[in-house]
Design a protein around this ligand. Structure first.
Ligand code: FMN
Length: 299
């Protein structure tokens, strides 16, 4: 059992938001009990149409996406998607997104009514039309978290951006505002251009870059935040593909980890990554993954 702040997880693995369908589809192909929690795709107060195609693109290492958080809006999500989570047997967390602190709070409060066990506040989407990343601004990020915190009783997580110039400052401000845990991190801003057509690979030009290439970037964020705020529960996220990657994040200071892009090539990745992780934990002489958290040794 993993203790992530007030939450208890059966395994240290979490399915990252937006990479596990609406969760229902994956229940048909993957063993959900490999995961301690499943994070639903981010949802906003009103329906968002998302961007036009092309919205995903491959790169030499990893992928780009610029979906624009297409989602049906919280009311439709509550009616059609959330009621199906109950039967899955694994806790589902909601992921709230919005344009203002009030919108985030409305979504989070409705999600709580829909039975999610926790809400992750997505402050770090890099491809929202006409908006910059909230998690680059400590004041705005803490306003959002404060408003969400006062709107719900369930645990609140803040998902931060690896693009923040001082991630410790943002982490400190959202913790102060009441975040129970931090998810570090989301995609890195990225782009690609097709030289023949001279068009960008994504219709939104700049999108989110994910996959193995971003692991060192997210890992550095986890190290910095864990060093500055050692009591803060951290979900490490970015580029995880193997049990070794998971253990690296644990040693850096994460208590749990979220896996995303690996699901696109390998929908059953959770089961494999969990087995690899548990084997490694035993080989490294620990009884439990949590024993490795923050265990990196200095030179
Ligand atoms: C296609 C796609 C859609 C995503 N949608 C969301 C989303 O709706 N909300 C969110 O918080 N993160 C979203 N993410 C980010 C992932 O949850 C994860 O933080 C990121 O991809 C880094 O992890 P990875 O390298 O393991 O994929 C999305 C990522 C991808 C690739």
């Amino acid at each position: 059992m993993i203790a992530l702040g007030p939450l208890r997880l059966e395994t240290p693995l979490i399915a990252a938001s937006g990479t596990f369908g609406s969760i229902i589809e994956f229940a048909k192909v993957a063993r959900l009990d490999a995961y301690g929690a499943l994070v639903a795709k981010s949802v906003s107060a009103d329906p968002w149409p998302g961007r036009i195609a092309p919205r995903i693109a491959g790169t030499d290492a990893g992928m780009l996406n610029g979906i624009g958080i297409q989602n049906p809006g919280i009311d439709s999500w509550l009616e059609h998607i959330a009621p199906r989570f109950e039967s899955l047997g694994v806790p589902v967390w909601g992921s709230a997104v919005g344009r203002t602190p009030g919108e985030f709070a409305t979504v989070a409060s409705k999600m709580e009514g829909g039975g999610v066990r926790a809400v992750e506040v997505n402050l770090s989407c890099p491809n929202l039309e006409g908006h910059s990343i909230i998690a680059l601004d400590a004041g705005l990020s803490s306003d959002v978290v404060r408003e969400v915190r006062s709107a719900v009783r369930i645990p609140v997580g803040a998902k931060l951006s690896p693009n923040a110039s001082n991630i410790v400052r943002i982490a400190d401000s959202v913790r102060e505002a009441g975040a129970d845990f931090l998810t570090l991190t989301n995609t890195v801003k990225g782009a690609a251009i097709d030289i023949e057509s001279r068009r960008p690979a994504l219709s939104g030009v700049i999108g989110g870059y994910s996959g193995p290439a971003i692991k060192p970037i997210s890992l550095a964020c986890v190290l910095e935040v864990h060093e500055a705020l050692p009591e803060t529960p951290i979900v490490g996220c970015g580029g995880i593909r193997t049990g070794r990657d998971v253990v690296e994040y644990l040693l850096a200071g994460a208590t749990a980890v979220a896996i995303g892009t690996v699901h696109f090539a390998e929908p059953r990745a959770g089961e494999r990554v969990l087995h690899e992780t548990l084997d490694l934990v035993t080989r490294l002489g620990a009884h439990d993954p949590s024993e490795l958290t923050g265990g990196m040794q200095p030179w």
